[in-house]
Write a protein that binds this ligand. Structure first.
Ligand code: PAF
Length: 283
């Protein structure tokens, strides 16, 4: 597996794969790879003959006081893992490659706006996060020109916004959703799980327990919300930020009497670590 850093190296590798008749898949990541990322790559490999994995910790999607500086950066181990799973290309750009017009020392403004859906739930707690996320994802799409891009279902609001952006700005790009990969305890895999000690891991598994319990009990949206809140109330040390039910199609909070596919979303802080998870429920 080759690693490239520069935009023209990426473009040349992708062009030669396409010239050889290969479909190109992009798996954007911020590194610190785990089983969840490997499942995204497995999905990509099923659908494309040339799989590019990008690793870039995007400063634009971190707010002040968030974990940008301490976000795990494990490029060497990541490259080894990617070679083991036979990814074709690792694109590991520096910030000046992704944001070439950035003035040194200045904060790069986000070029994309996530709109109102970017301001609720995760976006309310992390203002500007989704504008920064969409900006880098669009930039990666522009640099790589993939046929397919794969994202995890765990980041449901992110996935919704990427799909919506792709539908208008990248109509030929197919967005693939990969199922959340879980620890045996039910905890959704995340690069941030490595911040958790054994006491925190115990608390963290309450998020998925709350979602599963709610799905079992849910005849109505109200019951689903109450059941999930009841599970979380038993572990107050996990600081609940929100539990919400949204319509899969609009990401709008659902109203009483809703019928259709919904996502039950949860976010909580365990120690210093924010965790999110979700489950689909059909009413
Ligand atoms: O989900 C992530 O790891 C990031 O938000 C993404 C999509 C790679 C953009 O930086």
């Amino acid at each position: 597996m080759r690693t490239v850093i520069l935009a023209n190296e990426l473009a040349a590798a992708v062009a030669s794969a396409k010239a050889a008749g290969k479909k190109v898949a992009l798996v954007p990541t911020m590194g610190a790879l785990h089983e969840g990322h490997l499942s995204l790559i497995a999905q990509a490999k099923k659908r494309a003959e040339f799989v590019v994995v990008s690793i870039f910790v995007n400063p634009l999607q971190f707010g002040q006081g968030e974990d940008f500086a301490k976000y795990p950066r494990t490029l060497e181990a990541d490259a080894k893992l990617l070679a083991e799973v036979s990814a074709d290309l690792l694109f590991a750009p520096t910030a000046d490659v992704v944001y070439p017009n950035q003035v040194a020392g200045a904060t790069q403004p986000a070029a994309k706006s996530a709109g109102p859906v970017g301001e609720i739930l995760e976006g309310a707690i992390r203002p500007g996060h989704f504008d920064g996320m969409l900006t880098v994802v669009a930039r990666l799409f522009d640099l790589c020109q993939p046929d397919i891009a794969v994202f995890g279902a765990k980041d449901a609001q992110q996935l919704f916004l990427i799909r919506r952006m792709a539908a208008t700005d990248y109509p030929h790009l197919e967005i693939i959703e990969a199922e959340t990969v879980r620890e045996p305890s039910g905890l959704a895999m995340s690069s941030r799980n490595r911040y958790l000690d054994s006491e925190h891991l115990e608390l963290a598994k309450q998020l998925s327990a709350a979602l599963r319990f709610a799905k079992q009990k849910a005849n109505t949206p109200e019951q689903a919300l109450e059941s999930a809140r009841a599970v979380m109330a038993k572990s107050p040390a996990a600081k609940l930020e929100y539990i919400a039910l949204v319509d899969c199609d609009s990401f709008g909070e659902i109203q009483a009497g809703f019928k259709g596919r919904a996502l039950l979303l949860i976010a909580a802080r365990v120690g210093q670590t924010r965790l999110i998870d979700n489950i689909e429920i059909v009413f």
